[in-house]
Design a protein around this ligand. Structure first.
Ligand SMILES: Cc1cc2nc3c(=O)[nH]c(=O)nc-3n(C[C@H](O)[C@H](O)[C@H](O)COP(=O)(O)OP(=O)(O)OC[C@H]3O[C@@H](n4cnc5c(N)ncnc54)[C@H](O)[C@@H]3O)c2cc1C
Length: 430
């Protein structure tokens, strides 16, 4: 992120309904600390809070506002596990890796719930999420998915087929639905703001409007911003898709991607219940997936679309409204109050990238579209490894990551071509 980029929350339903939160001043002059965290999204704030609980002196540098990035503008879905499932991990990286990651696949969700309870965070937590299949092949995939997660100890899944789907989703689009009763949904900006306040209550310091322009490795590591610098013994890089020009080694094996969300006007209770009778969050099984849920005030928050490279679309509503209307034709003319986009970070194997640079710089990024729960796990594992318990962090850090085909120049068109291929297969049901 450069000093010229926006410094306020994107105009979204979340920003409009955010809990009060102080504006923190930018850093000025030189500050020393044990640990400096770059980025105040879920990854950075989760790490900072775990580290502060361990008694470390921690400073967070945020380019814009707490929750400015994907964490303050996402679909809010508490989806368990990772963007690649354990069978793929097992096939590619072996049983040991799959077992280690499988043991942690449901932990991020539990961390979020314990944060909400421990720090009394008001973020509209609601229970349950649904994976909806659009054709027979995807329904078969859901059956396999259920068997796989049950093998890893998850016992809160339920498969619905055919008309039974309407118990949870009032749409005729779906052939089946896997309900994860342990999943859920939240107001993500309020979740990150609440955790930032908890971190500050433990003595942690956050500087907003403080983009890190330069990282100088050494002991201490120096992070330079336009108005000052932090000299830290150890650093956590948690800038994800919004961090550019700080550490080229982290940019070569990942790609920012945009996804868009619209939010309707509040729906009356009967209309809302007809869409989602038990108020669960839904994502479909397509390669380019749709995801939606009801907010606390009964708006339908509907997301979809992927723009490789993260460039902005001319009209978000023009892209997302037809998807909403396909799922819920009765809402074809509903008023849309908010439309925004945000960037997530994609990796080639769709698994997150955790690791260390020069022994005292740690990073976690690249959740590839499903990062709400895993970013919270990342923060906990960073705190663990910083106190010398390396095993769980290293289970992720040991995963190999490759650059995207085509390099920085051609990775966007190559990925778009791949997405076209897979979404055509989805449409054909093959
Ligand atoms: C529109 C959208 C919908 C999504 N929906 C879901 C969903 O429903 N469920 C799900 O599981 N996942 C979802 N995701 C993904 C999920 O939101 C992300 O994986 C997760 O929030 C990443 O958190 P993060 O803290 O790593 O990154 P971010 O939240 O992006 O935070 C990075 C922060 O670092 C700051 N930063 C960057 N560079 C610098 C710098 N040089 N100096 C200082 N600060 C810097 C940024 O300003 C930003 O605040 C969605 C993503 C998007 C964009």
């Amino acid at each position: 992120m450069s000093a010229q980029q926006p410094t306020h929350h994107v105009a979204s339903y979340y920003a409009a309904s955010a809990n009060p939160s102080p504006e923190r001043p930018p850093i000025s002059g030189s500050v020393e600390c044990d640990i400096c965290v770059l980025g105040a999204g879920f990854t950075g704030i989760s790490a900072a809070l775990h580290l502060a609980e361990q008694g470390q002196s921690v400073v967070v540098l945020e380019a814009a506002r707490v929750g400015f990035g994907a964490s303050g503008r996402n679909g809010g879905q508490l989806v368990n596990s990772y963007s690649r499932d354990m069978d793929v991990i097992e096939a590619k990286y072996g049983a040991e890796s799959a077992r280690a990651l499988g043991d942690m696949a449901f932990e991020g969700n539990r961390i979020i719930r314990s944060r909400i309870a421990q720090y009394d965070i008001a973020c509209d937590l609601k229970e349950g999420n649904v994976f909806a299949s659009c054709n027979a092949k995807q329904l078969e995939g859901l059956r396999e998915h259920q068997a796989l997660w049950e093998r890893y100890g998850h016992d809160q899944l339920e498969l619905l087929e055919g008309e039974a789907v309407k118990r949870e989703v009032g749409s005729s689009r779906y052939t089946g639905a896997l309900i994860d009763h342990s999943g859920g949904h939240i107001h993500p900006l309020n979740l990150v703001l609440g955790q930032a306040a908890a971190f500050e209550s433990l003595g942690g310091v956050i500087f907003e409007q403080s983009p890190v322009l330069k990282l100088t490795h050494g002991e201490p590591v120096v992070l330079t911003t336009p108005g000052g610098e932090v000299r830290a013994q150890r650093v956590v890089l948690a800038g994800n898709a919004y961090m550019q020009g700080v550490e080229p080694r982290l940019e070569s094996k990942s790609m920012p991607c945009g996804t868009q969300i619209i939010t309707t006007e509040p729906l009356d209770e009967a209309t809302a219940r007809a869409l989602l009778p038990n108020d669960m969050a839904v994502e479909d099984c397509n390669y380019l997936l749709d995801y939606y849920r009801l907010t606390a005030d009964n708006r339908l928050l509907y997301g979809g679309g992927t723009s490789y490279g993260g460039q902005d679309l001319a009209s978000i509503e023009a892209v997302i409204r037809p998807k909403l209307a396909k799922t819920f034709p009765q809402l074809a003319d509903v008023k849309v109050d908010y439309a925004w986009s945000g960037n997530f970070l994609l990796t080639l194997n769709r698994l997150p990238q955790f690791g260390r640079l020069n022994d005292n710089v740690y990073f976690a990024q690249g959740y590839s579209g499903h990062g709400v729960t895993c970013s919270h796990l990342a923060g906990k594992l960073i705190a663990e490894t910083m106190r010398g318990e390396n095993e769980r962090f290293d289970a992720f850090a040991g995963l190999p990551h490759l650059p995207f085909p085509g390099g920085r120049l051609l990775r966007v068109p190559f990925s778009a071509l791949g997405a076209w291929y897979y979404s055509t297969r989805d449409k054909l049901g093959i």
